[in-house]
Design a protein around this ligand. Sequence first.
Ligand code: COA
Length: 384
Amino acid sequence: MADSAVPVISTGLQNIYITESKICRVDGENGKLYYRGYSIDTIARNSNYEEVAYLLIYGNLPKRQELEAFRQQLKNEREIPDSIVKLIKESANKADPMDVLRTAVSYLSIYDNETKDQSQESNIRKSIRLISKISSIVAAIGRIRDGFDYVHPDKSLGHTENFLYMLKGRRPAKEELVPVEMMYILQAEHSSNASTFSTIVTGSTLSDIYSAVTSGIATLKGPLHGGADEEALRMMYAIGKPENTEKYIEEALAGKQKIMGFGHRVYKAYDPRARIIKDYLLTLQNHASEEVRNLTKIALIAEKMMIDKLGKSHGIWPNVDFFAGPVYRSADIKLEMFTPMFAASRIAGWSAHMLEYWKDNKLIRPLEYYTGQLDLQYIPIDKR
Ligand SMILES: CC(C)(COP(=O)(O)OP(=O)(O)OC[C@H]1O[C@@H](n2cnc3c(N)ncnc32)[C@H](O)[C@@H]1OP(=O)(O)O)[C@@H](O)C(=O)NCCC(=O)NCCS
């Protein structure tokens, strides 16, 4: 390319492939998603979060003993340092939970004497540590925000069951566990989305996994990415009653507002995760709380309107975040905890990508096309 030629600029890195990967396939045209070759429907129907995390990290489904050993490793890593509990106590009620989580995960690195070890074996151990401890940190943030004391983990419980136990201070009921387990599975991985990309960018400098994951958490926070489920629920609360939905959506679209929980950079069809979450929500209706029933009615009206207006014509369909809010509310999870819980699940995917990328690491360093001036004359400060 001659110096003067304008390069093709792909804003937002749209349609740019950065690497080969065997972890996840998002088929955006047909609305399909695969973890390590298994369709998300199959995974959601048959698997559990620990098995999904194993699959993502190691690349294959575990045999029974392998899964048991993996579960045990996760259990052994659940406790978090006292100073992190203290940090959470000092900040949980003043700061956004994602800011507390980001700081706590960054802080974790100084308690790990393997932080600088870049061997694959060490990075697998640290990934398991992070998968385990991030759930504990998120539970502690929620618990302490609610004005209660830190609850130590219980080794007799499974991963998400222990998360809910640490969050609620009691063993969860089945109605609380099932939706949370489902959300953990569905949010565990999604190829090179923004937070995974920023995790890889940081890792590609051969920085450590704690730094890489801290970048991922920072990126997940934004409302165009992980924060969309909270924003979608806020919108449903703002709508208030099902009969207000049509007017609200009409006005929002007329005002060129984006409706959170719709649209996706890759999916130009119905997000398969959204379908699974919606189907689950519909099974709840007879025994759901009034709040959840009301939210569901609003969500269904909004969904129909959006599909009629922007679905086939513009490829804007519900994404994973749209029905998540009502489902989380069915487990009595507070809105501010949705994105931290997303991180507690996505850590499996972030780790898997880092482990894969580091096998053949290449520093990520894109170009930008400079359009400013050159060779300006420097004028001393008192003559400007
Ligand atoms: C996810 C998202 C950022 C992907 O967007 P993108 O590929 O960068 O595309 P853009 O934001 O440029 O949107 C393209 C067009 O569709 C419209 N659009 C996209 N998402 C929309 C939404 N949720 N509601 C209304 N219009 C939407 C945009 O306004 C834009 O219209 P225009 O061409 O007339 O300006 C975008 O769909 C969005 O902001 N959605 C809401 C946030 C969300 O749910 N994020 C979670 C994703 S899992």
